[in-house]
Design a protein around this ligand. Structure first.
Ligand code: NDP
Length: 290
């Protein structure tokens, strides 16, 4: 029979998760700070608990999907977690994940942190590419992996409870740079008679073609050799950046999304690394060294 579970938080993501677990035949007890927001799930078979304490008492497996780490602390304040398995699907930082693990264990619970790499429509949609990073108690993960796999794919990334958040936030940070680039590109074509809808497929194809450069950077970071087999050297790229910046000026577009990166490349070049590719910029970002 399917594992019964408690879900704290029925916002956009919590509601999507609850629906999929209910549809798969799990008994689901939900709690939400604003009770009205949990009511819709009652019609779909969820038990609505009157308090977070009641929800935590209902099941051994307790899953939190709240706004942020502070909400988790507030929702569970003063509630015994003895014998519970707490899975935290709330987005947080690595340090918050580690502190929450210590906090949970001190209250008698096993703890698994998580980072959701999906938006609500991707939950319960196999083939959508959505999945969840997990880290922390390997025993908890093994015991509940089938239940956790119901709404989305699972990737356990280690016993360090900070690793799920670290993987999550590293991917989100890369995405942020990509979105910044997309915004700049659209701003460049905006003054002209080029339809964004015609331009978008070109953007997607180009970014897709360039993304595998991450594999080469990874190889260089692991070998420490930033020069072997370089086809687009830094000296050439910095010269190319001047063209990007002049074009922004011609199109009357602010260069503010480009300059943080172009300036780092210039600094690396000035340190005598013109024959490398841009991977060495990682060294400049490491504030433990500079
Ligand atoms: P919503 O804003 O829809 O829901 C937030 C939830 O947190 C609500 O249940 C809200 O309760 C609750 N909450 C906020 N503050 C507190 C508090 N102090 N005490 C108790 N409960 C509180 O957010 P989502 O459901 O979209 O997001 C939930 C988590 O999922 C977040 O960590 C988010 O980063 C993560 N996530 C979301 C994605 C998305 O696309 N939606 C994608 C990937 C991750 P109330 O109804 O009472 O306000």
């Amino acid at each position: 029979s399917r594992t019964p579970l408690t879900l704290l938080g029925t916002g956009a993501m919590g509601t999507a998760l609850a629906r999929v677990w209910l549809a798969a035949g799990h008994e689901v007890t939900v709690w939400n700070r604003t009770a009205a927001r949990a009511e819709a799930l009652a019609a779909e078979g969820a038990r609505v608990a009157a308090s977070a304490a009641e929800a935590v008492t209902a099941n051994r497996l307790v899953i939190a999907c709240l706004l942020d780490d502070t909400s988790v602390g507030e929702a569970l304040d003063g509630i015994s977690l003895a014998g519970r398995d707490l899975v935290n699907l709330t987005t947080g930082t690595p340090a918050e994940g580690r502190a929450r693990a210590v906090w949970s264990e001190a209250r008698g619970a096993r703890f698994l942190d998580a980072g959701i790499m999906a938006v609500p429509p991707m939950i319960g949609a196999p083939g959508s590419g959505g999945y969840v990073f997990y880290s922390g108690s390997a025993e908890l993960f093994e015991e509940h992996r089938d239940t956790l796999a119901v709404p989305a794919g699972t990737r356990y990334v280690g016993a360090d409870p900070g690793f799920a958040a670290l993987h999550d936030v590293a991917l989100l940070s890369a995405m942020s740079g990509m979105f910044a680039g997309i915004a700049h590109a659209f701003a460049l074509i905006r003054p002209e008679d080029i339809a964004p809808k015609d331009f978008a497929p070109l953007l997607v194809d180009w970014l897709t073609a360039m993304a595998p450069a991450a594999h080469q950077s990874a190889e260089r970071l692991q070998s420490g050799d930033y020069t072997r087999g370089v086809v687009s050297n830094l000296a050439m790229q910095v010269a190319g950046n001047a063209t990007l910046l002049r074009t922004a000026e011609e199109q009357q577009v602010s260069p503010e999304l480009l300059t943080p990166y172009t300036e780092l490349m210039e600094r690396r070049l000035a340190q005598g690394h013109g024959d490398e590719d841009e991977t060495g910029v990682v060294e400049l970002l490491d504030t433990r060294r500079s």
